[in-house]
Ligand binder design. Structure first.
Ligand code: ADP
Length: 264
C-alpha cells in the first residue's frame, strides 16, 4: 500500500513479452489520483468563493447604471466596461465550476431518461439571445421521438457549448444547423456552421483546458477556453464520441455520437 493513502489505486498493464509470454506491469497511481483530486477541489472551492464578490460588484455597478442618469460619458463607459468584465469573469467561474463537477466520473445512478428534443428546442430558444448581434439563420432538424439515457444537466452544458461556439465563431449573417437524428443504430447530434473553421493542426488540441486557437480573436468572443473540455468529459460519461470536421475559413461541423445502449 502507498503511504498516506485511504484509497489505493493500481494501474495494470499487460503486454506481450517474447513470443509466448506476457508481462504484467503494476503501478501505484494513488498519489497521482490524490493530487488530481486536490487540484479539482481547489478549483471548485476558489470558483465558489469568487461567486459572492462578483455578485456584489455586479449589484453595485447595476445600481449606479440605473440610478445615476447624469454620469459623465467617460464614467458611463467605465461602468459599462466593468459590467462587461464582471460578466466575463462570472461566465469563467461558472464554466470552472461545471468543469470540476464533470471531471468526476458520473455515477450511473444519476442517469435518467433525457428528452433531448425538448432540451434542444430550449437551447435554440436561449441561443436567440446570443444571436441578437450575429443575426445567423439557425436551422434545426430534430427527431422529436429520440430520447437517451443520461445526465440532463451535463448534456445541456455540452450541447449549449457546441451551439454557442458555432454562433460565436461565425461571422454575422451566417448559418448554423443543428441536427438530432438516428444514424444507423446510433443517435447523432451535430452542429454545423459556415464560420471561421479550424486549422487541422489545432483540431486535436481543442478539448484541452484553456486552449483557444486565436487568443486575440477569441478574447472578443468572451469565451473561456473551457467549453470543449467540458464537452469532452460529459461525452466520456455518456460513452459518446466527439468528431470534428472543419475547413479553415469555410466552417466546421461538430458531431456527437451516442451508442445504441444509451438510446431509449
Ligand atoms: P471558448 O470559450 O474559447 O469558446 P472552447 O473550449 O469552447 O472555448 O473552444 C476552444 C477553441 O476552439 C475556441 O477558442 C475556438 O478557437 C475554437 N472553436 C470552437 N468551436 C469552434 C467553431 N465552431 N468554429 C471555429 N472555431 C471553434
Amino acid at each position: 500500500p502507498s503511504p498516506h493513502n485511504n484509497e489505493l489505486r493500481i494501474e495494470l498493464r499487460l503486454m506481450p513479452y517474447g513470443s509466448e509470454q506476457i508481462l504484467m506491469l503494476a503501478r501505484d497511481v494513488s498519489k497521482i489520483y490524490r493530487l488530481e483530486e486536490m487540484r479539482r477541489d481547489f478549483v471548485a472551492n476558489v470558483s465558489h468563493e469568487l461567486k459572492t464578490p462578483l455578485t456584489v460588484v455586479r449589484g453595485y455597478v447595476e445600481m449606479v447604471q440605473l440610478t445615476e442618469h447624469s454620469l459623465d460619458p467617460q464614467w458611463k463607459k467605465a461602468f459599462a466596461t466593468i459590467e462587461g468584465q464582471v460578466t466575463r469573469m462570472d461566465r469563467l467561474v461558472e464554466q470552472l465550476l461545471i468543469l470540476s463537477r464533470v471531471e468526476i466520473q458520473a455515477d450511473d445512478e444519476e442517469k435518467h431518461s433525457v428528452d433531448v428534443p425538448k432540451l434542444l428546442y430550449g437551447l435554440i430558444d436561449d441561443a436567440q439571445w446570443l444571436n441578437q448581434d450575429k443575426q445567423h439563420k439557425i436551422l434545426a432538424d430534430i427527431d422529436e421521438t429520440l430520447k437517451i439515457k443520461g445526465v440532463e444537466s451535463e448534456l445541456k452544458s455540452a450541447f449549449s457549448n457546441l451551439i454557442a461556439n458555432a454562433i460565436a465563431y461565425t461571422a454575422n449573417n451566417g448559418e448554423v444547423s443543428i441536427s438530432w437524428q438516428i444514424e444507423g443504430n446510433k443517435a447523432k447530434f451535430s452542429v454545423k456552421d459556415n464560420g471561421a473553421g479550424i486549422r487541422p493542426e489545432d483540431i486535436n488540441r481543442l478539448t484541452e483546458r484553456f486552449f483557444r486557437v486565436d487568443k486575440s480573436r477569441s478574447r472578443d468572443t468572451g469565451g473561456s477556453g473551457l467549453g470543449l473540455a467540458i464537452v469532452k468529459h460529459v461525452l466520456n460519461h455518456h460513452n459518446a464520441s466527439l468528431s470534428i470536421n472543419s475547413q479553415f475559413g469555410k466552417g466546421s461541423e461538430f458531431f456527437v455520437v451516442f451508442e445504441r445502449e444509451n438510446i431509449l
